[in-house]
Design a protein. Structure first.
Length: 136
């Protein structure tokens, strides 16, 4: 998500770069992913905060469930709790959208070309395999 090639909204990218591992949360069913029993992790935001403060209601009974929080580049509405990764030309309250992120987000501090990210992961994995954890 922090690669130069990732097609995500700049606000989302900036939140990833600034986040710590404690700024993500695990959710059983907060965002409307398209399959049952699909827990997910995302950056904490105003949608999650309000949902937690109002009792963590199940889908269909969540507060402000049909509220429009923004618009996709094609003009389609983005609803609160909708599974939607904000694209560069998304408008509205990007902070309130589903900002997917794992706890490893705390290791991401630079925007790099995807090829450089893969090369870095390869080099570190190779070093670990050759020398064990002390290599890092």
């Amino acid at each position: 998500m922090a690669s130069k090639e990732a097609t995500i909204h700049e606000e989302y990218r900036n939140r990833i770069i600034a986040a710590s591992e404690t700024q993500t949360e695990w959710y059983y069913d907060l965002y409307d992913v398209d399959w049952p029993n699909a827990p997910h992790r995302a950056l904490k935001n105003s949608t999650a905060k309000h949902w937690r403060e109002t009792g963590e209601s199940a889908p269909g009974t969540r507060p402000n469930e049909q509220e429009i929080v923004g618009y996709r580049p094609n003009g389609d509405a983005v609803l609160r709790y909708q599974s939607y990764t904000p694209l560069p030309d998304t408008t509205g309250n990007v902070e309130a959208m589903s900002l997917w992120s794992g706890q490893g987000v705390s290791l991401v501090r630079n925007i790099m070309p995807a090829a450089d990210i893969v090369e870095e992961v390869y080099r570190e994995a190779k070093k670990l395999m050759q020398n064990g954890p002390a290599a890092l």
